[in-house]
Design a protein around this ligand. Sequence first.
Ligand code: NI
Length: 269
Amino acid sequence: MTTTQLFDQLWNEYTERTPSAQKVKNLFEAQGNSTIANDHVAFRTFDDPRVNIDVLATTFINNGYEYVADYHFEKKKLYAKHFAHKTDKNAPLVFISQLLTSELSVELQSIVKNTLDTVDFTTVSAEELVFKGRLWDTPNFELYNTLLNESEYAAWLYVNGFCANHFTVDINKLDTFNTIIEVNNFLKENGHELNASGGEIKGTPEDFLEQSSILADKFIVNFEEGAKEITSCYYEFAFRHPMANGELFKGFIASSADKIFESTDMVLQ
Ligand code: NI
């Protein structure tokens, strides 16, 4: 599989559960942007050794990616790593976070472990994991709410499973927009609601990275107790500034990512 095929497959799966992303991409194209490049694609997982960051990263490592840096989110009990393609500078960055279950309640730990224990991991290769979505059976709404009370991230992952949590438009490569404010105004004019947690724009030119996102879509999830509407994934927008050496900053800002995680928050919807 080429890198392009890999991200095309992820995009197809992602836009099925996130129709807003395809709509926004179409709007950018209709505005005269010939290519909509991705700055990064992000994934979520648990720290369990069967599915942790390094397992989820397998398909990217096998496609020419390497580890670059890591990030700590102490309040949300998350840890993340970012990966970049070794030679293809146009390939999106990959950002994978994991929930540090050992820092959360024994109850949450047992729900996560019991859920993963129902999966036969001998039939799922590490390479495929990122495409698999939810590998376990029908979720239970009571368990979902127990997770939600403690970690929105855990609850989201319990329902959505392994998939691209967000794709991110590279604003620097858009032809018709020069700032993130222009992009945000365009999104709002077209009826898309932005994640305003910590302000609509996360980060400043001094951080060399400004980011915004629209709120996650919702989809109908069939729980054991019946169908409920739950958040799926969201579309993000990133504008990078040059550093003193003239090169665009290519890392991430933990305090900004911290707020962006909240784009799937059920309360914000
Ligand atoms: Ni992101």
